[in-house]
Design a protein around this ligand. Structure first.
Ligand code: KMH
Ligand code: ZN
Length: 277
């Protein structure tokens, strides 16, 4: 089996410090958090950014400071969100890509998200995709509903340039794909040949989905965006603590944890981005 890529979704947009007091917010927090996450075995840092008051923002300067902070303390692949917070305007979601992150997320369709809707009309998806590829950023397709895999393939067939394809299967968002038996095998059966995939279990779905992904040869995402608790009633003290738990489960499943270099090799990205021009 492939060495295990651990992605840390360290910040998110739909939680605050009242819900998770250890949420990293400032560039100093992010630098410290990234160093700890790298040490614990993560190789990709999925990044949402906050303003001075801790509110989610898609401000380009804030992304730039965060990107710099993470890269100053670690070799982690920085993966920008393009989903942002629910309701963020399209232009704001696109703007940080000008900083040419090595990776960025791309949700390939709209989906219910709790009592809200995470809107991703196909013209926006195609625009985000083309923008990513024009600056050498590798998209990670975020799959919240099964049809999004086919949507990703449509975009790739029309605009793709032969880059490696990596998917993240997100289970357990209320209103979207549940973490039910058989869901991961079905989604994996729909992926194109040669693709790699990770799985993200939200909240209570976190541990079952992690176990299933490890057993099926997939990769794993963890972090405060996805799960706040280490066990019922016990908040995690850091993102690194959540990563170490995945590391323990990985070792029980006989999976070696990938270094940042191995992850770049598997995803076929160069440090600093795969510039096409
Ligand atoms: N905050 C969610 C609405 C992403 O980062 O690309 C979307 C999200 C996905 O978190
Ligand atoms: Zn996110």
């Amino acid at each position: 089996m492939l060495p295990l890529i651990i992605t840390v979704a360290a910040v998110g947009a739909e939680l605050d410090r009242e819900q998770q007091p250890n949420l990293p917010i400032s560039p100093e927090d992010l630098a410290r958090d990234a160093a700890e996450c790298a040490d614990a075995g993560a190789s990709i840092y999925h990044l949402h950014v906050r303003d001075d008051r801790g509110r989610p923002t898609m401000d380009v300067e804030a992304f730039s400071r965060a990107q710099e902070a993470i890269s100053s303390s670690s070799d982690l692949i920085v993966q920008f969100t393009t989903g942002g917070a629910l309701g963020d305007p399209e232009e704001a979601r696109i703007a940080p890509l000008q900083l040419k992150p090595e990776m960025a997320t791309l949700t390939t369709g709209s989906v219910n998200f709790g009592s809200d809707v995470f809107l991703n009309p196909m013209p926006l998806v195609e625009r985000l995709y083309r923008e990513m590829r024009s600056v050498g950023t590798l998209p990670e397709y975020e799959i919240f509903e099964a049809g999004m895999i086919a949507n990703a393939q449509r975009v790739y067939a029309e605009h793709g340039d032969g880059h490696h394809q990596h998917f993240d299967l997100v289970l357990g968002v209320p209103g979207a794909l549940p973490a039910a038996p058989g869901v991961i095998p079905f989604l994996v059966s729909q992926l194109p040949a040669g693709a790699t995939w990770s799985a993200t279990g939200i909240g209570k779905a976190h541990l079952p989905v992690t176990h299933d992904a490890l057993a099926a040869g997939g990769h794993v995402r963890t972090g405060f965006e996805d799960v706040r608790y280490l066990e019922p009633g016990r908040l995690a003290t850091s993102n690194a603590e959540l990563i170490r738990r995945v590391g323990t489960l990985a070792s029980e499943a006989g999976r070696e944890v990938a270094t940042c270099t191995q992850t770049r090799e598997m995803l076929q990205i160069e440090p600093g981005g795969t510039l096409l021009v």
